[in-house]
Design a protein around this ligand. Structure first.
Ligand SMILES: [Zn+2]
Length: 544
């Protein structure tokens, strides 16, 4: 069955493994058209042929996201709208427009020109030279280009620049929830809003794109490729272990501006976890740098890393979360500790966390005196709840609408605070990636990573408890290089196998989920290839 045939019909999809059935008409609001792939099976499993046939702009994004040391060994590109994940939990790592296109809105009376909505592709890496321009400081040249339409010819040196990331809120989430973000809409009208902004690299994932925003370059240069990361010693581990910024191989605009102004500026970040560190920078790990303020969510407070950063004492256990939770709890008239059926304090995925985090940020800005002297201060925030909602409940859920609305109201509070207390400021609002619509809407096959690993091991007759896969990721496996060597299996061999990989092979139950019974022969992936061959693949695509 072709993609086009799938979209017009009501889809029945078994959620999880055959336990219950969700029925839903995907109506005519149809991103499935924008997501649609072409044929769902291919003639060749040759990795070069398959990869070379990918659209050039997608290959360019994969190239920018690839680092020769740190990236996965085999890159997979699911056949759109397929994605890595499960029926219940989506992911958002890929080169496609719906994940790449994010808001990029600059606002600041007297600093940012009221240009309104602006068309034409720009990148979140362009924030770096633009902040440099605003502050009048010559930053080391990077990939990013000045957002010329947004700023005047000369530096205007605002007292404070606040960069806010709404995690996982790509343009596709804004479009899905139109009317729920009136504050951002106002900033779009009264500031400069780049409608075609992209994160510009794949995997489109939190640590990588935050680092691109901070450094004005892509992972191929700054080195922060993803959450899972192959270190220089060959081991696969999480990025920024122990909140140590060393994985970030380039300085950020905050590092450079702080240093250029003799560490006079206040630099700080209040965010969710170490995945966002690349947005702010290295603290005192940057030569000549000082201990910038780092506040990452930790229990009912915020913590940093005293080796390179400082954290205000009053943030370590910051009061008010219970009050914010109660407020949300009572919205439905029932005091049961729950919101939309979920425990409020259990996960950072609801408006109570948004409001509490905003309370803490405003407290921090006020008490530390951000924006009160002439040296431009820099403050960074990440709102993670929208991303967690996207994974846990999906972007079409009521949870997303409510949480997005709460983040927008928080933006309104922040602007009010800045108008009253700082007066002379710039706000940059963007996101680190879009969000994947649920399978009920798109008919996607979720590429089940556990099964993919099992299939690879089965195909290559991997003995006993060993596995060829050291770690899976949404954009492909890290191989266990020792096992691969023992068995004589190369990344190219694994890629070739995956190029023939079907829906049937990717599901271990005897019966395929309802709605997919006739789709067993479909290819799951558009292409799989050895990651380190991306340059020659891109050359091939450009020549054909
Ligand atoms: Zn995420």
């Amino acid at each position: 069955m072709t993609r086009t045939m799938m979209t017009g019909v009501a889809l029945l999809v078994v959620v999880a493994v055959g336990t219950y059935v969700l029925a839903r008409d995907d109506g005519n609001d149809s991103p499935a058209t924008e997501l649609s792939g072409d044929d769902r099976s291919f003639e060749s499993n040759d990795w070069m042929k398959r990869a070379c046939a990918l659209p050039e702009d997608e290959l360019v994004r994969i190239r920018r996201g690839h680092h020769r040391v740190h990236s996965e060994d085999v890159t997979i590109v699911p056949l759109p709208p397929n994605y890595s994940g499960s029926f219940r939990v989506t992911s958002h790592s890929g080169p496609w427009h719906y994940l790449q296109n994010v808001p990029l809105v600059l606002y600041g009376p007297g600093h940012i020109r009221p240009e309104g909505r602006i068309e034409g592709e720009v990148s979140i890496t362009d924030v770096y030279p633009t902040v440099g321009h605003l502050t009048g400081i010559d930053l080391p040249a990077r990939t990013g280009k000045l957002l010329r339409a947004a700023v005047g010819a000369k530096a205007t040196s605002p007292k404070l620049i606040v960069t806010i990331v709404w995690d996982g809120v790509g343009r596709n989430v804004l479009e899905r929830w139109e009317g729920r973000w009136p504050t951002l809409e106002r900033l779009e009208r009264e500031g400069a809003s780049y409608l075609d902004a992209v994160v510009g690299s794949s995997p489109s994932i939190t640590p990588a794109t935050h680092a691109s925003l901070g450094t004005g370059s892509y992972p191929m240069e700054h080195g922060v490729t993803a959450i899972e990361y192959r270190a220089s010693d060959g081991k696969v581990r999480g990025v920024f272990p122990g909140k140590d910024p060393s994985d970030l191989q380039l300085s950020t605009f905050a590092d450079e501006i702080d240093l250029a102004l003799g560490n006079e500026p206040l630099v700080g970040m209040l965010a969710w976890k170490n995945w966002q560190m690349g947005m702010m920078g290295h603290g005192s790990a940057h030569e000549g740098g000082d201990a910038d303020q780092l506040a990452l969510a930790s229990g009912h407070g915020f913590a940093g890393n005293n080796a390179f950063y400082s954290t205000p004492r009053y943030l370590k256990r910051f009061p008010g979360l219970e009050g914010r939770a109660e407020e949300l709890d009572l919205e439905d008239g029932e005091a049961d500790g729950r919101w939309r059926g979920h425990d409020i304090l259990d996960q950072h995925d609801n408006p109570a966390w948004v409001n509490w985090q905003t309370d803490a940020a405003i407290e921090m800005l006020g008490r530390e005196g951000y924006g009160t002297d002439d040296a431009t201060d820099l403050f960074f925030m990440n709102y993670k709840p929208t991303d967690i909602v996207g994974h846990q409940h999906n972007m079409d859920s009521g949870e997303m609408g409510d949480t997005l609305e709460a983040q927008d109201a928080a933006l309104g509070r922040m602007i009010d605070f800045l108008d009253e207390r700082v007066k002379d400021y710039v706000v940059v609002l963007t996101s680190d990636h879009g969000n994947t619509p649920p399978t009920e809407r798109t008919g996607a096959w979720p590429v089940l990573q556990g099964q993919l690993q099992a299939s690879i091991d089965e195909h290559f007759d991997v003995p006993g408890k060993k596995s060829l896969v050291r770690s899976t990721s949404a954009v492909g496996p890290f191989l266990d290089r020792r096992v691969a060597k023992e068995l004589g299996v190369t990344p190219a061999d694994v890629a070739e196998f995956l190029n023939g990989y079907t829906v049937r092979q990717n599901f271990k139950e005897p019966e395929l989920p309802r709605g997919y019974e006739d789709r067993g022969d479909e290819n799951v992936l558009a292409a799989a290839f050895p990651s380190d061959r991306i340059d020659s693949i891109l050359r091939c695509a450009r020549n054909s």
